[in-house]
Structure formats: C-alpha cells, structure tokens
Design a protein around this ligand. Structure first.
Ligand code: ADP
Ligand code: MG
Length: 698
C-alpha cells in the first residue's frame, strides 16, 4: 500500500488531482469558485465533470452519487452509474457538468417538517465545490447541499454554509476597522474529537436493544466499572489496535486528518481526534468518520457504538467541537498577539464570543439536543445543561482588570488602555485543565463540549457561527460610526465584560452548587431536556437573529423545530416498544424459568426429606415471582403510556408526555428487570450482561 504520505488522500479529488487533470484555465476558474464563491460557468463544470469521471473510473468507480446530509442526521446517497447506452449496443461512461452541479433525488421520504408536501416530492441537490469529491467503494461521492424547489434548506449543510458566510462578512468588517485591507474572508475551523465504544459483534447480536436503539435499555451495574480509572489512556488491546490501524488507513485515504487515538474513561470506550480544518469540510469528514468507524468495526467482528449513552452508570460519549476563526491568510483571530493593537483585536473577538454565548445560551443548548444526549448532560460525566464559559485564571484576571479599569497585575502595572500591552502567554497547561466546562477557552480556540457523540457537528456550528456573527455585526455597526475608534473600542470591550461576565465560570461545572448558583444567582438558563429547550428555537430574539443574518428563514426554523421533536419522540417510542418486547418475551420468561427450577429443586428436596429447610429456594422464588409481577405490570403501564401519546394535540405536547410519563415508566420497568438480573442464574439470563459487553473485547 505504500507509505502514509503516498496513500493519504488517494481517494480524494483534491487540489493535487485538480491541478494535474484540469487545464490551467479551468483550474483557475474552479479555484475562484472554491475560494471566493464565484459563480461556476457550465463549460467549466463540464470540464471538471469529465476529469472527475476519468479519475474516478481509473480508481475503480462505476457509479456516482450526490452525497448529502438530510435532517435524519445521517448522510444520504443514491447511486447512478456512469453508463450510457451507445448505438452499437455497448455503453460509454458519461458524466456531465449538469449532473455534477445538480441532482434530483426522489426525496419524499426525507423529513421536511412540512416544508415540502409529498405531491411535490422532489428536492434537489447542489454541488458544494468547497468540499472535495471522494470515492467510497465503487462510487464517486459528490458533497452536495439539499434544498426544496422553493429554495428552503432540507439539510444541514446549507445553513452551515450560510452561517459561515454571515460570520465571514461581519468579521471582515471588524478587521477593516483595524486597518486590515487585504483580508478577503474569515473562515471558522473545527477539530471534532469523537468518542465511541467498541463491543463484540457476537454479543451485540444477542441484544435487541442495541440492535434497534443503539443503547442498552437494561443491564445491572457490573462488579467492575470505571472506578479504577485504569482504562483512560491505558494500553490499547490488540483487537482494538488492529481496528484503529485499519480505521486510520481508511480515513487517510479519504484525506481525513485522523491524528490521535486513545482509550477513554469508560471500559471499551475510545476517542479519535482529527487535525482541524474548515468547518464545512470538518463536518463532512466527521460524518464520513462515523460511517467508516462502523464499517471497519464490522470487519473486525466488532460493533462501534456512537450512541451518547450506550450504558447506564458508565460514562457516555460526546464530541468536543474545537472551534476558532482565522483569516484567509491563516491568522488565528483567537490567538493573543504580540502588540497592543493585536491584543485589542484579540480581546474584541474574545468579547464577541462571550457575548454570543451569553445571548444565545438557548440556541447552543438546542443545537446539541437529542434524546440520546439528554442522558449525558448534567450527569457528572459531561458538562451540565447550563451553558457557561471557562477562560482560565490568567485571561480571567485580564478581563477583570479591564472591567474595573485597573492595571493588570500580570504585567508591570500597565494601564489598561486599548486592551493590554502584553498579554500573558496562555500555555495549555494553565488553560486546558478544566474539563467540566461546556465552553472552554484553550489558548487559541474554544472547545464546545456539549455535543453528543452521534450528533452531526453542523447544528452546533451553525448556531455558534451565527451568534458570533451577530455580536460582530453589533460591534461593527457601532465602531464604524465612532468618532474616536480607540475609545469606542475600549468602552465596548468593557461594556461586554460588564454585561456578560455572569456567563464566565472557572470552577467545577459538575458541582451541584454550581447549578444552584448559575440558575438562582446568575440567572443562567438550565434546560435539562430536549422538550424543555426546543420551543425556544422559535423565540422572537432567536428568529430575528437567524433570519436577519439569512441563516434560516422563519419557515425553515419552524420545520426544524418539528423535525427535532419528531426525532426525539420517534427515538423514545422505539426504545419503549423494544423494552416492552424484551421484558415480555425474554426477561420475564427467564425469571420464570429460573423460579421454576428453584421451585422444582425445593419440591424434590422436600420429597426426599420433609425436614430439609429450602429457605434459599423459597425466598428467591418469592422475590423472583414478585419481580416477574412488577415486570409484567411495568410492561402494561409503559404500553399504556405510549398509547396515550397518540392523543397529544401536537408534537410539543407529545414530547412533554414522553419526558414526563414514558421515560419515567421506562426507568421503573428497567429497575425491576435489573433487580431480577442480579438474582437470576447467569445461564438463564437471555442476553450478555454489562460485564460481558464492557470487558468482552480483548
Ligand atoms: P486536547 O487537549 O483537547 O486533546 P488538542 O490540542 O489535541 O487538545 O486539540 C484537540 C483538537 O483541537 C484537535 O482536533 C485539534 O486539531 C483541534 N484544534 C487545534 N487548534 C485548533 C484551531 N485553531 N481551531 C480549531 N481546532 C483546533
Ligand atoms: Mg479536548
């Protein structure tokens, strides 16, 4: 296969391939489209399509697909082959510019939240030339956006690209005020750290909860969990190592910069982090990474679980969205600079983020809201559902000094005019220590840690980019009008700190006292669940901000509200149905069979000699019978709770009933089953236990 640098990106139609296979004129024109969003001429599209097709065929492809991200949360593709019949009875391989630019999948079955009536089922896909085409199996995949014919976005990429554009526009306005005349655009970059579990496929196949819902719905705590902390960064087991090696190879061929891998806190839990890249590419890459993780696992007799909470009582999986913004010249705007002027600029961008996170706490919470992630947030393993910002002691001291207009003690009593003369060097050791914060400054980027492991990172970045764009818009409006730029700037930084410092929290986010302080004294929002936060997507301030920046239309927001709650409801309904089914057809019969064996044993003993006590059997039979009754009742109550959902007036009411009733019944049923598990003989238990699953991969 050659060395990594030889095969890295070998399945990608990247810049190297374009340069080699396109005429200079076509290449230049395509670059202009990629870098500056210039409109693409059909002649150029035809030339690119032809080169793409030849390259793909030479690399074993026979089909192509427009690859997109509908609101199901996973990617979609419909393969068409390149073949076109020729008059002589044979075929030729064809692919036109038109086919490259636009596709029309029959999209009636994708969620649209009422945006697209089924009679006009056709949406269309449109090529995103900023994300390279790649080959997967026998198929050339072309990253695309997915819209309705009315122009509404039906996917996650479209609003993401719009939010990047909004942010770029406002950031460029700010940079112009700082005298930067050359900057053309500002891009956000993301490096998402991805957590996952690996379990043995043979065991997985015996658990219908894992198969249907991706998480275990039953399971008593194993004797050993994560309490020894012996898994985190521990030695990687041979089977896992072989998996990681193949995973890296596959990702590298696709040009994905998989960089670090290690064991995580929970047994069987691991993490993969790529080197950061432009947000829309990072988003595409993360979707691909999740897909390939699962594919490669299958080859190794493993299953990769991407669910946020596959095991109760064991740490769940998240995704850390490392985020920063940089100019087209590569200058990171969240990196403290060397000169007072650069530092003032850094502080302004920092303030824009602080203001954005505070003003739009609700949108950030909403952007990570799923049924799965609700199990994690606030469970002392992941940040709480309360959004706050960690700055670290040094930066915090700078901020406080500015607010009070006092000298910053870290520098020799310099007066804080226009930011600071010398900002301390924030090395990672001092800024990265707090892992309990949902939104932490880590030296030259922010790390948003509330995302669930199976989430697309698109939603979080759409909200983050938009909220920061809004802060910058407000700043630019003010500063462009200011008579004295430096004074206005200084005042605006101070005012932001004053108005928004309640969002800054450098302590332990897992502490209960923090939640009390956050909500009672600081007035921060605490939306524990998806049904709690979702309605706020349609709050006037949020609709106004997102529509005025042209990231979403009001109709799109309404449809997204519907779809997110529909996803929530469907997910939990499937879980509830699976629970009832497993409890009735697997768990209760196992409990009964074991009770029967005990009863038979006792009867046989008594028949032998009436004086044999049989206390063990009798006590257990009583307990098991009582639990079997509870399990049976529990299934009926859960079934009734689910049936009652059908009378909910709208999706919001249904989601509320799920949170308030269905999930409660589910945990009651689970409790009875888990109690039965620990007193039922192992050979009767119908499926692998937590111990088997968590320690089963050697
Ligand atoms: P950690 O201690 O969290 O593992 P790392 O430095 O390893 O910190 O970075 C984690 C992730 O942050 C990686 O995916 C990395 O590429 C990404 N990252 C680093 N710098 C930036 C940046 N400027 N913008 C976005 N992501 C970044
Ligand atoms: Mg990290």
């Amino acid at each position: 296969m050659g060395t990594v640098s030889e095969y890295f990106g070998s399945l990608v139609f990247d810049d190297r391939v374009m340069k080699a296979n396109l005429s200079a004129k076509v290449y230049k024109s395509l670059k202009k489209t990629i870098d500056e969003g210039a409109k693409l001429d059909i002649g150029v599209a035809n030339a690119v399509a032809a080169a793409m097709k030849d390259w793909a065929i030479a690399n074993g492809a026979t089909h192509y697909t427009h690859w997109f991200q509908p609101l199901t949360g996973i990617t979609a593709e419909k393969h068409d082959s390149f073949i076109t019949p020729s008059p002589d009875g044979g075929v030729i391989m064809e692919f036109s510019g038109k086919e490259l630019i636009k596709g029309e999948p029959d999209a009636s079955s994708f969620p649209s939240g009422g945006l697209r009536a089924t009679f006009e089922a056709r949406g269309y896909t449109a090529w995103d030339p900023t994300s390279y085409a790649f080959i997967k199996g026998k198929t050339l995949c072309i990253p695309t956006a997915f819209c309705s014919y009315g122009g509404e976005a039906l996917d996650k990429k479209t609003p993401l690209l719009r939010s990047m554009e909004a942010l770029s526009k406002q950031a460029v306005r700010i940079l112009r005020l700082f005298g930067n005349d050359s900057v053309k655009c500002v891009r956000t970059s993301v490096g998402p750290e991805q957590e996952y579990f690996l379990v043995d496929k043979k065991m997985y196949d015996q658990r219908r909860d894992l198969i249907f819902t991706g998480r275990t719905l039953f399971g008593a705590k194993p004797p050993k969990g994560q309490e020894m902390d012996d898994h985190y960064f521990g030695v990687i087991k041979p089977r896992v190592e072989a998996y990681m090696k193949e995973l890296n190879d596959e990702l590298w061929k696709l040009g994905i910069l998989a960089k670090t891998e290690h064991n995580e806190v929970a047994p069987a839990q691991h993490e993969l982090a790529p080197i950061y890249t432009t947000t829309n590419i990072a988003t595409d890459h993360n979707q691909l990474t999740m897909e390939i993780m699962q594919k490669v696992a299958a080859k190794h007799g493993l299953v990769c679980l991407l669910h946020e909470k596959p095991f109760a009582g064991v740490n769940g999986s998240g995704k850390h969205n490392n985020w920063s913004l940089a100019t087209d010249a590569g200058v990171n705007l969240l990196s403290p600079g060397e000169t007072p002027y650069e530092n003032a600029q850094f502080l302004l961008f920092l303030c824009a983020v602080i203001k954005a996170v505070d003003d739009y706490q609700d949108l950030l919470r909403i952007s990570v809201a799923t049924a799965g992630n609700d199990h994690r947030l606030g469970a002392n393993e992941a940040p709480p559902a309360v959004v706050s910002i960690f700055l670290g002691d040094e930066l915090n001291a700078v901020i406080e000094a500015i607010e009070k207009d006092e000298p910053y003690s870290g520098t020799e009593k310099t007066k804080m005019k226009l930011g600071v003369d010398v900002l301390p060097k924030f090395n990672r050791d001092t800024t990265d220590r707090n892992r309990t914060s949902p939104f932490a400054f880590t030296g030259n980027k922010f790390e948003f840690r509330m995302l669930g492991s199976s989430n697309s990172i698109a939603c979080a970045n759409i909200m983050l980019n938009s909220a920061v764009a809004e802060s910058l818009r407000i700043y630019a409006d003010r500063l462009e009008q200011a008579e004295d730029f430096e004074t206005a700037l200084h005042e605006m930084i101070r005012k932001t700190i004053k108005d928004h410092k309640h969002i800054i929290f450098n302590g332990n986010g897992y502490d209960d006292s923090w939640i009390k302080e956050a909500t009672e004294q600081r007035g921060l929002l605490n939306y524990r669940t998806t049904p709690d936060c979702m309605p706020h997507l349609l709050d006037e301030k949020n609709v106004t901000m997102l529509t005025s920046l042209k990231v979403f239309s009001e109709t799109e927001l309404k449809s997204r509200y519907e779809i997110m709650l529909e996803n929530y409801c469907k997910t939990v309904r499937i879980e509830a149905d699976t629970m009832v089914d497993m409890a009735r057809t697997e768990i209760a019969p196992a409990v009964e069979a074991y009770a029967m064996e005990l009863a038979k044993t006792a009867a046989a003993k008594k028949a032998l000699d009436e004086s044999i006590p049989c206390a063990y059997e009798t006590t257990l039979v009583k307990k098991l019978s009582a639990l079997a009754d509870s399990i049976f009742d529990g299934t009926i109550e859960l079934e009734q709770a689910v049936a009652a959902l059908d009378s909910a007036g709208n999706i919001g009411e249904e989601a509320d009933a799920i949170r308030d009733v269905v999930l409660v019944r589910m945990s009651e049923l689970r409790a009875a089953c888990d109690e039965a598990e620990v007193i039922t003989a192992k050979k009767y238990w119908p499926f692998p236990t937590y111990g088997d699953l968590l320690f089963g991969v050697k």
